[in-house]
Design a protein around this ligand. Structure first.
Ligand code: GTP
Ligand code: MG
Length: 240
């Protein structure tokens, strides 16, 4: 592995955000290559990304045939980074809730096999969000801490993985292709003894485009959470 860092961003209908995120990343992390994985967004995100790739350089755009899920996109991005020989991969959302200036902090952070952004370390890191969204996030955090035993912010996508230390074999153990990918991946890495570190982040609200987190996705993640908690409970029972 001779290349240092790759930035990975999954997209689905993010036409309004892609130029802004590329400009922000180029300003804060000049020269760091970016890989986008777009699931044939109906709004033409892939086509715009291809134009921007020509304009900016150092950008790869992979368009998949259909919407395969955010977790599936992250699995693809992490695999591709390892395949291309990168030591580290930095993953984030395209909606500017993960701020390019924070990405620079993640890139500079040397501790931890995995570094995750935490919304629970700062005093008011979700200031823009409405009550309902804050409540869902806090309940999700409590549930992943208590039921899965992972005391980190496990549902966010802003992360830095040290592929030279953790490799990609662990991905075979991660079944979720949707939003549950985030807590399932952290649980798998934690169980394998990976060193997990957190960086406090502020998360502004998305200003352009719309959320892809539907009630159905929320429900699917909840079922996955219960299933993982059940597996953990059975393993603990066997070992006593
Ligand atoms: N390739 C791909 N990207 C996806 C898919 N679903 C979501 N995304 C992208 O994943 C990132 C996170 O999705 P969001 O809709 O912002 O989800 P969220 O962060 O939970 O919700 P809000 O920030 O509240 O809107 C964005 O960059 C999306 O475009 C998918 O099925 N495939
Ligand atoms: Mg988002």
């Amino acid at each position: 592995m001779d290349k240092d860092l790759l930035i990975f961003i999954p997209t689905y209908n993010e036409k309004e955000n892609v130029r802004l995120i590329i400009e922000g990343l180029r300003f804060n992390l000049p020269g760091v290559p970016i890989l986008f994985c777009d699931d044939s967004s109906p709004d033409g995100t892939s086509e715009l990304l291809r134009q921007l790739a020509k304009e900016f350089g150092g950008i790869e755009v992979v368009t998949r045939a259909s919407k395969l899920g955010i977790g599936s996109a992250h699995k693809f991005g992490i695999h591709r980074a390892a395949e291309l020989g990168y030591q580290r991969v930095l993953t984030l959302d395209c909606d500017l809730t993960h701020q390019p200036s924070d990405c620079a902090r993640f890139a500079a952070h040397s501790c931890g096999d995995i570094v995750v952004g935490s919304r629970f370390r700062g005093s008011n890191s979700m200031a823009d969000w409405n009550f309902m969204r804050k409540a869902i996030t806090r309940v999700g955090h409590l549930a992943t801490c208590l039921l899965l035993g992972i005391p980190y912010d496990a549902t966010g996508a802003l992360r830095r993985y040290r592929l030279d230390r953790v490799g990609v074999d662990w991905l075979k153990k991660v079944k979720s292709d949707g939003y549950a990918f985030f807590f399932e991946s952290l649980m798998v890495l934690n169980s394998r003894g990976a060193e997990i570190d957190e960086i406090s982040i502020d998360l502004p609200k998305r200003t352009c485009g719309s959320s892809k987190m539907s009630v159905f996705e929320l429900f699917r993640s909840f079922i996955m959470l219960l299933s993982l908690a059940g597996t953990r409970f059975r393993i603990n029972q066997r070992s006593v």
